[in-house]
Design a binder for this molecule. Structure first.
Ligand SMILES: NC(=O)c1ccc[n+]([C@@H]2O[C@H](COP(=O)([O-])OP(=O)(O)OC[C@H]3O[C@@H](n4cnc5c(N)ncnc54)[C@H](O)[C@@H]3O)[C@@H](O)[C@H]2O)c1
Length: 407
């Protein structure tokens, strides 16, 4: 079993080098320079399918080596951690092989494309955990300091009993019907559309902040643009610059949702509304959540991620009102390691914080969160949303991950 080599290094191999690969690389490069940790991450190798492209990525992102076979990467003795940054169709295969080979695994969200895959990953992760091999799913928004602070406020009881959860994740990058049929628009690659890509984040975030699980949903989904141009590389046609073959656009079917909306019940008695869409024209990465409790409320907007709006209903009436907290103080989560108060942080820091917690857990021999079981709980909610929408918005209970898998 590999865990951490004798020099206190955690030697990392990362699979996938595009969007998340770049974000994770930034975090692997930074984490030990900002946080004092019991182990030092070493960026040993990045893996991709195209030798030239992965070599260029390794040089740009700071990896010692570029490799093209993830199975060979997992088999190496000089790798302790596998960081999975590929689309969902390869998460299960890579993560299971890595855990079985004794490598700690950080796997991007959503954990898998199906509940069945996610269950298999949880079972293997549980067996690996018993051998000291750790696993974690990359729901990075938990590590935005203002989000962690929301969780602390709820957990401390300051907001009383949480009754309402209001969560949206709004993007607009496929409003144009000529936007191509990329992997995120294909069910076999992505599992689902806006639902699994961004809806998964607000499901995890709201379950994390409230400590309550979604127990049932009624949902509807919509695919507004049903066919899109197939990118030349996928169609196999020699393409003209505008992505058309033989003068005629080759189109393929969009097999995922463009938008998903649902209402939910949570295990502590709260009710929730959720909306995830890639058709909110003008909204780029609009993740917003609000929680209303018996003693107060809290609201967060990712586009203003250093801020939290807090309402304290226990204050004298004349002093009541939403207060804007600038979450940059040294006693706010993660922030003592960064800059003086008021010197704001951004998106990328959530990944550095994720790795801070991952490295600390691995090096000190505890299970990091969110676990694969936590991520299965999200997957079960995604699946219930899909089933409810297919049934014409019928009520679909969400089973408990603990009951679904013997761990
Ligand atoms: N945490 C977040 O906020 C966040 C944001 C975006 C994406 N994601 C997740 O990260 C994962 C990757 O998304 P992305 O946006 O980086 O995608 P991307 O298309 O930008 O990058 C995918 C990478 O995987 C590689 N790849 C694809 N199939 C592969 C295979 N079979 N073997 C080896 N390499 C393969 C591609 O070459 C590419 O380098 C997805 O699960 C996605 O849901 C998470």
């Amino acid at each position: 079993m590999s865990s951490q080599d004798s020099s206190g290094e955690l030697r990392v191999g990362m699979v996938g080098y595009a969007f998340m690969g770049a974000a994770h690389s930034q975090a692997w490069r930074t984490v030990n320079r900002v946080f004092d940790l019991p182990a030092q991450a070493r960026m040993v190798a990045v893996c991709g399918r195209d030798e030239a492209k992965v070599s260029a990525a390794a040089a740009k992102l700071g990896w010692e080596e570029a490799v093209t076979d993830w199975r060979a990467l997992i088999a190496r003795d000089d790798i302790d951690v596998i960081d999975v940054c590929t689309p969902g169709d390869s998460h299960a295969e890579i993560a299971i092989a890595a855990l079985e080979a004794g490598k700690h695994v950080l796997c991007e969200k959503p954990l898998a494309n199906t509940v069945e895959e996610a269950k298999a990953m949880v079972s293997v992760a549980a067996a690996a955990g018993a051998r000291g091999v750790r696993s974690m799913c990359g729901f990075n928004y938990r590590r935005v300091p203002a989000v962690t602070l929301m969780r602390q406020l709820v957990e401390s009881g300051r907001l009383g009993t949480i009754r309402h959860v209001r969560a949206v994740y709004l993007q607009d990058w496929i409003v144009d019907p000529e936007f191509p049929l990329v992997w995120r628009l294909q069910r076999d690659k992505a599992g689902s559309g806006a639902l699994g890509d961004i809806g998964a984040h607000i499901i995890d975030l709201t379950q994390y902040v409230t400590g309550q699980l979604i127990t049932g949903v009624s949902a509807l989904t919509e695919t507004f643009v049903k066919e899109r141009p197939i990118p030349a590389a996928m169609s196999g046609l020699s393409a003209s610059a505008d992505g058309q073959g033989g003068g005629q656009a080759v189109k393929g079917e969009v097999t995922v949702d463009d938008a998903a909306l649902f209402i939910a019940r949570l295990s502590g008695g709260a009710v929730g509304t959720y909306e995830a869409t890639r058709f909110a024209t003008g909204r780029k990465n609009g993740l917003r959540v609000e929680f209303n409790g018996s003693l107060g409320s809290v609201a967060f907007d990712l586009e203003r991620l250093n801020e939290l709006e807090v309402y304290d209903a226990t204050k004298p009436g004349a002093e009541q009102g939403f207060t804007r907290i600038l979450v940059t103080e040294g006693d706010h989560p993660y922030l003592s390691a960064w800059w003086p108060p008021g010197h704001i942080i951004g998106y990328e820091h959530s990944f550095t914080h994720e790795l801070r917690d991952f490295i600390e857990a691995v090096a000190t021999g505890v299970d990091p969160a969110p676990s694969f079981a936590d991520a299965l709980q999200v997957q079960l909610a995604l699946d219930a949303v899909d089933r409810s929408a297919a049934s014409g918005s019928g009520w679909c209970p969400v089973p408990s991950a603990m009951a679904e898998v013997e761990v």
